[in-house]
Write a new protein. Sequence first.
Length: 56
Amino acid sequence: MDYRDTEDFARLKEAAALRARQLRGDAIDAMWNAIGRALRRVWTALRRERQITLEA
């Protein structure tokens, strides 16, 4: 009997798949959060530059 045919292996495989999906989701969330932070920094810099230009 092949060990891959056991219920234990099936449970472990399913748990690993769920964990992989969770890790992928966490990585995607982290990526979008980083993009959001970068965009906020750029937006703030542009607003400051525009404000300085308008005051001059």
